[in-house]
Design a protein around this ligand. Structure first.
Ligand code: NAD
Ligand code: UDP
Ligand code: UDP
Length: 316
């Protein structure tokens, strides 16, 4: 049954890892959901369980092209997120962030929809301030191999704030830190999926560099809850706001944890560190706590149990 307060909500990138969880949550809250995706890194399997819901609709579309629809809210998540995927066709990555943002903002402007941007901790680059607060402007290489993603996302933030100032659009900008969980692509090269798949197959665990670089890992359910809270926050709160888990681990600690939890025979092997790989990353989430009443609940071990269970389904 539909909720009388239900909205029609568009999720771009809705067939991806985060997007599919977001579509599911919004449907559970009795909203109508339109998933827009070109299936570049997203998969039908991520949303197959939603297909029979009469309030769920899928449009195959590349957001670098204009799109006409009538909705109340737009969550703009479309963009490949793993380094392997976003570096495969870097020009398309920038187009998705920049042209895609222009089209989605143009759409939001025409229909007066509220629009949320999935930005990223990558806007801080290799940070010289630790932990990272929203007021920090970042340390980003404009011409490196990560730049298509980092600078694309930075330009998208600029566009969001200019549409807000120039056209009074209601905007929300979330800076998402490393998030993991079921429905991550098993071959996307991100650290959690790599280590879990390698451990389950008893293959060598590929730690880049000495593994002393740090990341803070947020479980997908916590993250998606933060995105919805942000969308529902008062109009005068635009962000940018950090969403992530502030508990920081070295990559070596993560590798050891995954090996222990899977009971794997895998050995750790050290590989070259990719260029511009940030040395440390940890969100300061005080703003999210204050404005959204949000902080993550799920500990890494707890989230890893569910993630390992999911990836076991890919092991022949
Ligand atoms: P993902 O690759 O699983 O999902 C991205 C989705 O966008 C895919 O379904 C893909 O097919 C779709 N897409 C890509 N280009 C498109 C285009 N031009 N038009 C339409 N659809 C397109 O990645 P994810 O981890 O779910 O990330 C979702 C969003 O969150 C991204 O914008 C990403 O930058 C951001 N983010 C994610 C993380 C994380 O740790 N997962 C961290 C920071 C930011
Ligand atoms: N746009 C869209 N859907 C809409 C309205 C606009 O995709 O419903 C696209 C449009 O093609 C344009 C972009 O959004 O390229 C920016 O629109 P805006 O109105 O801000 O700028 P303009 O059309 O004046 O360039
Ligand atoms: N990493 C690693 N081994 C892998 C994949 C990644 O050591 O098999 C490291 C990578 O160098 C980085 C961290 O893990 O320091 C997180 O990488 P990921 O690609 O998941 O995300 P991002 O670098 O965008 O935070």
């Amino acid at each position: 049954m539909k909720n009388y307060s239900s909205k029609r909500i568009m999720v771009t990138g809705g067939a991806g890892f985060l997007g599919s969880h977001l579509c599911e949550k919004l449907l559970n809250e009795r909203h109508e959901v339109i998933c827009v995706d070109n299936f570049y890194t997203g998969r039908r399997a991520n949303i197959a369980h939603l297909a029979s819901n009469p309030y769920f609709e899928v449009i195959r579309h590349d957001i670098t092209f204009p799109l006409y629809a009538e909705v109340d809210e737009i969550y703009n998540l479309a963009c490949p997120a793993s380094p392997i995927h976003y570096q495969f066709d870097p020009v398309q990555t920038t187009k998705t962030s920049v042209h895609g943002a222009i089209n989605m903002l143009g759409l939001a402007k025409r229909i007066k929809a509220k629009i949320l941007q999935a930005s990223t901790s990558e806007v801080y680059g290799d940070p010289t301030v630790h932990p990272q607060q929203e007021s920090y402007w970042g340390n980003v290489n404009p011409i490196g191999i990560r730049s298509c993603y980092d600078e694309g996302k930075r330009c998208a933030e600029t566009l969001f704030f200019d549409y807000h100032r120039q056209h009074q659009l209601r905007i929300k900008v979330a800076r998402i830190f490393n998030t993991y969980g079921p429905r991550m692509h098993p071959n996307d090269g991100r650290v959690v999926s790599n280590f879990v798949m390698q451990s389950l197959r008893d293959e060598e665990i590929t730690v880049y560099g000495e593994g002393s670089q740090t990341r803070s890992f947020c479980y997908v359910e916590d993250l998606v809850d933060g995105l919805v809270r942000l969308m529902n926050s008062p109009d005068d709160f635009t962000g940018p706001v950090n969403l992530g888990n502030p508990v920081e681990f070295t990559i070596l600690e993560l590798a050891e944890k995954v090996v222990a939890m899977t009971g794997s025979k895998s050995k750790i092997s050290f590989k070259p560190l990719p260029s511009d790989d940030p040395r440390q990353r940890q969100p300061d989430i005080n703003l999210a706590k204050e404005k959204l009443g949000w902080s993550p609940d799920i500990k890494l071990e707890e989230g890893l149990v569910k993630t390992i269970e999911y990836f076991q389904g890919f092991i022949a």
